[in-house]
Each structure stands twice: as structure tokens, then as C-alpha cells.
Design a protein around this ligand. Structure first.
Ligand code: FAD
Length: 472
């Protein structure tokens, strides 16, 4: 049997079910990756994540070569073209079986269904659920319905894990024969050189592209920081979280690998001590938002999870939005956070919550504007997590908390960056200023004037939500 592994968001050798089973079942295996450049553009994929994918493919190509699996990288525009290319390769290379891991977003599902419809019967198709530890639609409440609220989901998830277990597959066990007759001369080959890569690029070299380095980072976090995670995770000036999100987003690391490592170092998932347990809870949040997206696919179509909240008449002031994007709102912690995003492609979770709340509830700007801006900058951009986070911040999502819970940027700053260390790292102008002033809007006259008055905007926000929800 000649098989093709269509790699998508599973860019790794270890614990890759599609690759593992293709190697196990086939005489010869070829791996394929197709860059859908226009589709990425449409989804606002960040240049830094695209660059991380490119660099990861370079490493993956040499790792796959050691398994006798050549990696062909092609370039397409839309998903329809991507699908057509996969079909062309299957025919041209006389492939008997296709192996791939599912993606759960609406357009991706439609693409895969169309492919399945076209090729079913002509060859064996093997789909795998790789993005979550427990696959969507399998954590259900007593009425066999998906959960809308995180805490009961999380309990049910742990129970389900107990009954179904989980397994990390490791490296493929079988080494296929090398395919030597792959004809790619008529195909739109994609260069993995930075200057000829078909998508805008931004330097991602601060993030690991080598699978072994990614595993080393996981091991280091689990051994050295997971135990303190609960205590440290909310303080952006502390290196308290794992920063593994870029790898989980592109699949150079799997959530199963994270769980396996955690449990190797700290014990069974049901008996973890507080620090490690809190980290597992974050992985469950990641699963929750993917399960929500599968159960309520309207969230993929630019819609609020709670339909009533579509009525909010956001004021959408372009100038205020620009000041937020640039990190020039005059609110020191908000600005430091946005500058962290713009400069590094990553932002601490506490800060994501603060800047998202600020955009929606202080600037009264549609959460979808923020969602898009985040996608265009984040190295870890992931539709489900990002959409879930934004809808949480705008109170339009699954969260049980009421909309009138509005973050006060000054209080958040005092609580989570009390010495102003994080602020001063990213806002040079404020270095040397006493901490007490750093938390204030406009830093007590030592900084850009605040673009809005928090108290006033809080009131406006409450009225906006109240009135629009009453009308429904
Ligand atoms: P850790 O604290 O070490 O957590 C481990 C892993 O758990 C993370 O790598 C991530 O995969 C997952 N995780 C942690 N918190 C969450 C969460 N709240 N929701 C879903 N998964 C979580 N995360 C993304 O991966 N991609 C995004 O595009 C994204 N956008 C966000 C937008 C907003 C407005 C908010 C509030 C949160 C967003 N998050 C997103 C979730 C979270 O902020 C990041 O996952 C986290 O900051 C990544 O850092 P870390 O790897 O050090 O996380």
C-alpha cells in the first residue's frame, strides 16, 4: 500500500496518529503540506505564525526523511484549490490510502467533507481526532447535550478521561520503504526559504521550530515551573506560564504530550497537587472552547455565542481602536500588554483578559475587531481559543458571569503588576517612575493622556448592554 499523510495542524513526528498509522499500515508513505495562502489571509493569520510553520516544516522535512518519508510542500490559494491539489497528488502518485487529522472549524470541515465525497470509494480514507485529548461531542451532560459552562464540563471531562484513558503514540514504529518515483514536476512546489515563502513573514526565531526543542521546553516547564503555576500564572512580570501555546496551535506539540509529561512528573491527572492541577485545568479550557465550537458552529461565522448580544450597538470609534492597537491608550498596563503583543507575537493570559475587556467595555468596540487584530498578531493564534477568549471578555460567550463584571484597568494593574515591572519593560518612557503613578491612567501626568475616562465609560457600557438586551 502507498499512503499519503496530509499534514495540517499536526506538524510533528512524535504522537502524530496520522503519521504513525500510515507508517504502520503502508509499504511506502509520502507526506504532504499545502499552504492555502489566500485562505490564511482571509483568516487574518499572523505573519509570525506563518513563519513558525515554515521553519517547523524545514525541521520536519529532515526528521521525516530519517523515517523514509519525503515531505512535499505545495502552495495553493483557497481551500478549494488546496483540496484540488490533494486530489491531484493522490491520482498522480497512485496513492491507495490517505491519512489526516481532523480540523474542526466550519470551513475546514466543509473542505474535508467535499474531499471525502469526491474520493470515497477510490481509496481508503483514515481520519484521526488529534486536536483534543478527548474528542468533541463526547463530553456530554445528563441529557446527552454538550456543556455550555466550563466548570461542569471540566468535571465531566476528567470523568470521561478516566473511562476512555489516553495514549501517547510516540515515534512511528515501522519504517516504510522510500518512495523514489514521486513526480512533482507539474505541481506548484512551495519554497521553504523565507524570501520566497508565499505568505507575509515576520521573524519567529524566538520560538522553537525543532520538535526536540519543543519537547525540551515542555519537560523543563513541567519539572521546574508546573508546581508553582497556580501561584505564579497571573503575574506577567514572572515567567510563570509555559509559553507552549504557539506549538499547541500549529501542532508541533500535542495536548496529549502535555498531559503525559505532567502526569509523568506529578502523578495521575485525578490526583495532581494544586499547581499542576491548575495547569491541567488550562488544557481543559483549551478543549472546552474546541468542543463549544463544534457543538455551536455559528461561532465560526462571526456570530455571538449568545444571539441576544448581537443587538449591542458598538460605537466602533476608529481612532480609539488605533490607539488600542498601537498601545497608546494612556493606560500603562493596557499599553504595555499591546506592545508585548506587537513586539513578540505573544501576550500573557491575564493581559489578554485585561486588554480585551478594555476594548469592548471601555472603548465600546465590537469584540470581533479585537478578535481579528489578535489573530493577525498572535504567534499562537487559534480560532477556538481566541474566539472563546474574546466572547468571554465581551460577555457574549459561554461564561456564566454577568456582563456587568467590568475590569478596572487600574485595579488590575495594582493587583497583577504591583511594582510596575512589566509596565516598565514595555513602556520605556515610564521607566524610573514610582510604582504608585504607574498604575494610573496617564501615569499622573507623566505619560500619554488617557483616551477615555474609565468610570464614565463603565457607565456607558452598562447602559449600552442594558438597553440592547432589554429590546430583545
Ligand atoms: P499556559 O498558562 O501555560 O497554559 C497551557 C496551555 O493551555 C496553553 O498553551 C493553551 O494551549 C491552553 N490555554 C491556557 N489558557 C487557555 C484559555 N483561557 N483558553 C484556551 N486555551 C488555554 N490561546 C491560544 O492558544 N490562542 C489564541 O489565539 C488565544 N487567544 C486568546 C484571546 C483572549 C481574548 C484571551 C482572554 C485568551 C486567549 N487565549 C488564546 C488563551 C490564553 O491566553 C493562552 O492560551 C495563553 O496565554 C498561552 O500562554 P501559555 O502557553 O503560557 O499558557
Amino acid at each position: 500500500q502507498r499512503s499519503c499523510v496530509w499534514l495540517r495542524r499536526d506538524l510533528r513526528i512524535l504522537d502524530n496518529p496520522a503519521l504513525y498509522h500510515a507508517c504502520d499500515a503502508s509499504e511506502a508513505v509520502v507526506a504532504l503540506y499545502v499552504v492555502p495562502a489566500e485562505q490564511w489571509q482571509q483568516y487574518h493569520k499572523s505573519p509570525i505564525q506563518a513563519d513558525l510553520i515554515r521553519r517547523t516544516l524545514v525541521h520536519l522535512r529532515s526528521e521525516l526523511a530519517q523515517l523514509n518519508v519525503p515531505l512535499v510542500v505545495l502552495q495553493a490559494g483557497s481551500f478549494a484549490e488546496q483540496r484540488a491539489l490533494v486530489q491531484q497528488c493522490i491520482g498522480q502518485w497512485r496513492i491507495d490510502a490517505l491519512f489526516a487529522s481532523r480540523e474542526y472549524e466550519v470551513d475546514e470541515v466543509a473542505r474535508d467533507n467535499a474531499l471525502q465525497h469526491d474520493i470515497e470509494g477510490n481509496l481508503d480514507l483514515h481520519w484521526f481526532d488529534d486536536r483534543c485529548i478527548i474528542k468533541p461531542n463526547s463530553v456530554l451532560n445528563g441529557s446527552a447535550q454538550p456543556y455550555k459552562v466550563f466548570t461542569p464540563f471540566s468535571k465531566a471531562w476528567l470523568k470521561e478521561l478516566h473511562s476512555v484513558g489516553w495514549q501517547c503514540l510516540g515515534r512511528p514504529q515501522q519504517m516504510p520503504k522510500l518512495i523514489t518515483d514521486i513526480d512533482d514536476s507539474t505541481l506548484p512546489l512551495c519554497s521553504l526559504e523565507a524570501d520566497s515563502w508565499p505568505y507575509a513573514g515576520a521573524d519567529s526565531s524566538a520560538y522553537a521550530a525543532d520538535g526536540q526543542e519543543v519537547i525540551a521546553q515542555l519537560r523543563q516547564f513541567s519539572a521546574e515551573r508546573a508546581a508553582r503555576y497556580r501561584a505564579d500564572r497571573d503575574f506577567p512580570a514572572i515567567d510563570g506560564t509555559s509559553v507552549l501555546s504557539p506549538y499547541l496551535a500549529i501542532g508541533s506539540l500535542s495536548a496529549r504530550q502535555c498531559l503525559a509529561r505532567l502526569s509523568h512528573d506529578h502523578g495521575s491527572p485525578w490526583e495532581l497537587a494544586e499547581g499542576a492541577k491548575t495547569w491541567l485545568t488550562e488544557l481543559i479550557w483549551r478543549e472546552f472552547y474546541q468542543h463549544v465550537m463544534v457543538a455551536w458552529p455559528h461561532v465560526c461565522k462571526d456570530k455571538a455565542f449568545k444571539p441576544d448580544y448581537e443587538a449591542i450597538p458598538w460605537t466602533n470609534d476608529g481612532q480609539l481602536f488605533d490607539s488600542w492597537c498601537r498601545g497608546e491608550t494612556g493606560f500603562p498596563l493596557v499599553d504595555a500588554a499591546m506592545r508585548q503583543l506587537n513586539q513578540t507575537g505573544w501576550m500573557h493570559n491575564r493581559l489578554r483578559m485585561i486588554v480585551a475587556s478594555f476594548l469592548c467595555k471601555d472603548l465600546l468596540i465590537d469584540w470581533r475587531w479585537g478578535e481579528r487584530y489578535f489573530m493577525s498578531k498572535l504567534v499562537d493564534g487559534d480560532f477556538a481559543a481566541n474566539n472563546g477568549g474574546w466572547q468571554w471578555a465581551a460577555s457574549t460567550g459561554t461564561d456564566a458571569a454577568p456582563y456587568f463584571r467590568i475590569f478596572n484597568p487600574e485595579t488590575q494593574s495594582k493587583r497583577f503588576d504591583d511594582k510596575g515591572l512589566f509596565i516598565q519593560q514595555y513602556v520605556e518612557q515610564l521607566r524610573g517612575l514610582e510604582a504608585k503613578l504607574l498604575h494610573q491612567a496617564g501615569a499622573g501626568g507623566n505619560y500619554l493622556p488617557a483616551v477615555v475616562d474609565h468610570k464614565e465609560r463603565r457607565q456607558m457600557c452598562l447602559e449600552l448592554y442594558q438597553q440592547s438586551l432589554k429590546k430583545e
